[in-house]
Ligand binder design. Structure first.
Ligand code: WQD
Length: 371
């Protein structure tokens, strides 16, 4: 029984891959490495001691993707691959619509053709837009406020229509709140390209001295201290939520939507204080204007996931800060430092028992010969 994870080499995808392997599933990762580093594959193998299949494929390339369905018996798909930067989506909406929507349509077309009708989809709390009240429940009004959020909302609607057209499908739509933290080994974590957009990776870069100070976006929100409040959830809890949702889609034919959050909101200043208390490192910050498109307060009512999936977040803000810092401290330049593969890519090479560097090197071809 093979589970296909699209985007399985990314921040959230790599943690889901670890949890799936730990749960005894056969894993196949499809990733184009546009926003991830092949080094993470070795780290996943190192953490779990398990082997898995990796295919370097862009979901927009339907022919390459179809080969995966022809050559393997896939039981279910966890679909994470896509672009996810809110700010970038405002500047380049067509890139977001084409990438996120078209790749999902390619995937679902092939799933239908090869009778794979079990799907867990990575959505986002951003589909709620500016909520009228908190905590946010799944039946709240949906009003995405940026192209990235609108792609997630459109895909949710596409999945609803697919289910209505064929009740043999079994779909779980998971709306993430704010995933932070890292695996306790410090081997995998959030590895954003360039200057981080998100709060926690920005804080950890300030803590290692790569960035000078944190700009706190907004200081007059109607919150405990005027700064933005979010529902931060440990990425391991989020990953376990996917395993719980997968268990459900494997057993039922239905479509369900679940919030994956802790139900606890923390302000930016509270996160800074928690991080400083855990690490003993002062985080210099400057209170500044709100960020365009930001909302004041957002946190989840995740009682539906608890009731129907038997899942709830277990890790608190201290563990989130501690684990995020351990990852950054051990990997000051993310995966770049120990990058096994420089200027080359992993060939679509099937099963990789990445016992050693040599094994990985053997599967590496230079960019020029790859295509
Ligand atoms: C959190 C808080 C900022 C950076 C985004 C996406 C969402 C989801 C999670 C994909 C806010 C403040 C941040 C900084 C700051 N991604 N902040 N200084 O915006 O809640 O959600 O990531 O699904 O779709 O929108 O997360 O981490 O960017 O911000 O003050 O340098 O930290 O204003 O209050 P956000 P974030």
């Amino acid at each position: 029984m093979t589970i296909l994870v699209t985007g399985g080499a990314g921040f959230i995808g790599s943690h889901i891959s670890v949890e799936l392997l730990n749960a005894g599933y056969n894993l196949m990762i499809v990733d184009n490495f546009s926003n991830s580093n092949p080094e993470v594959l070795r780290r996943i193998q190192k953490i779990t001691g398990k082997s898995f299949e990796i295919h370097q494929i862009d979901l927009l390339n339907e022919k390459d993707l179809e080969r995966v369905f022809i050559e393997n018996r896939i039981e279910a798909v966890i679909h994470l691959a896509g672009l996810k930067a809110v700010g970038e989506s405002v500047v380049e909406p067509l890139k977001y619509y084409r990438t996120n929507i078209n790749s999902t349509i390619n995937l679902c077309k092939l799933m239908k053709k090869y009778h794979v009708r079990k799907l867990v989809f990575s959505s986002s709390a951003t589909v709620y837009g500016m909520p009228d009240k908190v905590p946010i429940a799944e039946d709240f009004p949906l009003k995405a406020m940026n192209p990235y959020g609108r792609t997630k909302l459109m895909i949710e609607e596409i999945l609803q229509d697919i289910y209505i057209s064929d009740k043999q499908w079994s779909i779980s739509i998971l709306r993430y709140f704010n995933p932070i933290g890292a695996h306790e080994s410090g081997l995998i974590g959030d590895n954003p390209n360039g200057i981080p957009n998100n709060l926690m990776p920005f804080i950890t870069k300030v803590a290692i001295g790569e960035l000078k100070e944190l700009k706190v976006f907004g200081q007059h929100y109607p919150t405990i201290d005027g700064t933005g409040v979010r529902d931060y959830i440990h990425v391991i809890d989020l990953a376990k939520g996917h395993v719980a949702a997968l268990d459900k889609v494997l057993k039922t034919n239905s479509i369900n939507t679940y919030n994956l959050g802790t139900g606890q909101g923390y302000s930016v200043l509270e996160i800074i204080t928690a991080f400083e208390s855990i690490t003993g490192i002062k985080i210099p910050f400057q209170l500044s204007e709100p960020r365009l498109g930001d909302i004041a307060i957002c946190y989840a009512d995740s009682s539906k996931a608890k009731m129907e999936l038997g899942w709830e977040a277990e890790k608190g803000i201290i563990e989130m800060c501690r684990d995020a810092w351990r990852w950054q401290r051990k990997n000051p330049n993310g995966y770049q430092d120990n990058k096994l593969i420089s200027n080359s890519r992993i060939r679509d090479s099937g099963l990789m028992n990445m016992e050693s560097t040599e094994e990985v090197e053997k599967n590496v071809v230079d960019e020029k010969t790859y295509t």
